[in-house]
Design a protein around this ligand. Structure first.
Ligand SMILES: [Zn+2]
Length: 185
């Protein structure tokens, strides 16, 4: 019997389909062929591992470590993802901030442009209201600052920046609402 035939018999043995006659033939070959003997031992070991119920029922000793390692792996992936999201948000914010500065400079022209776009003109009222609130907030804050610290031009400059940021956020919100509306239509 050659090694190929012996291999087939080993497979049959693994599947439990081997006949008594074939077992004798296989044993004869194994006793003279080291290669097939080694293969048979390896397969037999695998068969033993599978048929040993205790190995299946009881988790391996390093099971917990393996699970923890997997959790760590998944967690680090998520952390990376959330950092990416933060970077994206920051990038978006930077774009809007830069855009906002341009918008502030060309505010009148842009408001004129928006009023010509039917979907956006409704939000113009919102902008002017927000501007009034921002102005009121600014004025009341200024008066507080003035009464507390008399005059402090540095704070007033900061507040101008605050109203600028509010305007930028409003433009961003408008844009998102507009886009959302467009998608739904
Ligand atoms: Zn052989």
């Amino acid at each position: 019997m050659n090694c190929n035939k012996a291999d087939l018999l080993i497979m049959k043995y693994m599947d439990g389909l081997i006949s008594d006659e074939e077992i004798i033939k296989l044993k004869e070959h194994i006793s003279v062929c080291d290669k097939c003997k080694e293969d048979f031992m390896v397969y037999n070991k695998i068969l033993d591992e599978f048929s040993d119920n205790s190995n299946i029922i009881n988790a391996p000793s390093d099971f917990e470590e393996q699970v923890m390692a997997k959790i760590d792996f998944v967690y680090s992936g998520n952390t990376e993802r959330s950092i990416n999201i933060l970077c994206f948000i920051w990038g978006l914010f930077s774009v809007f901030a830069g855009l906002g500065t341009i918008l502030i400079i060309n505010k009148e022209k842009i408001i004129e442009f928006i009023s010509n776009v039917p979907n956006l003109s409704g939000y113009l009222e919102l902008i002017s209201k927000a501007e009034i609130y921002a102005e009121e907030f600014k004025n009341s804050f200024i008066s507080v600052v003035e009464t507390t610290f008399n005059t402090c031009t540095h704070y007033i400059d900061s507040l101008k920046y605050v109203s600028l940021i509010i305007f930028v956020i409003l433009i961003a919100a408008q844009y998102l609402i507009y886009k959302k509306g467009k998608v739904e239509v």
